[in-house]
Design a protein. Structure first.
Length: 195
């Protein structure tokens, strides 16, 4: 995303991004991903095709691109974790806080994915960028290094990647949180490691 020249311009760009995003997800939830064209999105949002492509590379990116404020949110959530907290606990709490903050968007994304299974194979830039930020933060905020650090972060990522397909969006974010907590508890339990 380009550097914004003023707070007003920045706000307008973010509002436009969110308008396009919300409009597209609403249409895709109602009709299915394949039944919605870019022309449908721009007509419903009241924008031009050029404006759409100023913000998104295509329909897939509308579903998967991170909100412009996500990197700031990640930084705030990581900074809020108390010093000395075990990394496993921090990772669980970060996932719970991030999914709570983005719950409405996640519910819509989940509904779109369920209506269009082919989207499951799409690259998700937000996930890659989120986990890169988490890895960088974990490397500087814990004593863990190398293999143990990577295994811990990768295990947390696996919990989220496993919980999401089992999540019924109708249960809301609370349902996703229940699955995340269960996944973290399962991987931490002696029964899991002794099998």
């Amino acid at each position: 995303m380009e550097v914004f020249s003023s707070p007003v311009r920045e706000r307008k760009k973010r509002d436009t991004w969110r308008l396009i995003h919300a409009t597209a997800l609403r249409l895709m939830t109602e009709r299915g991903f394949d039944a919605v064209s870019i022309d449908d999105i721009v007509a419903a949002a009241g924008i031009s095709r050029r404006t759409f492509f100023n913000y998104f590379a295509g329909k897939e990116s509308v579903v998967f691109d991170p909100d412009p404020d996500d990197p700031r949110l990640w930084t705030e959530l990581m900074a809020a974790r108390p010093g000395g907290e075990p990394l496993w606990v921090s990772l669980r709490e970060l996932l719970l806080a991030y999914t709570a903050a983005t719950g409405e968007r996640m519910i819509l994304q989940r509904r779109v994915r369920l209506a269009s299974p082919e989207l499951a194979t799409c690259s998700r830039e937000v996930a890659d960028r989120f986990w890169a930020a988490i890895r960088g933060w974990a490397a500087t905020s814990t004593d863990l290094t190398g293999l143990r650090l990577d295994l811990t972060v990768n295990a947390a990522q696996t919990v989220l990647n496993t919980a999401c397909p089992h999540w019924d969006a109708e249960t809301g974010v609370a349902g996703l949180h229940s699955l995340i907590r269960a996944g973290f508890a399962l991987l931490q339990s002696p029964e899991w490691t002794e099998r």
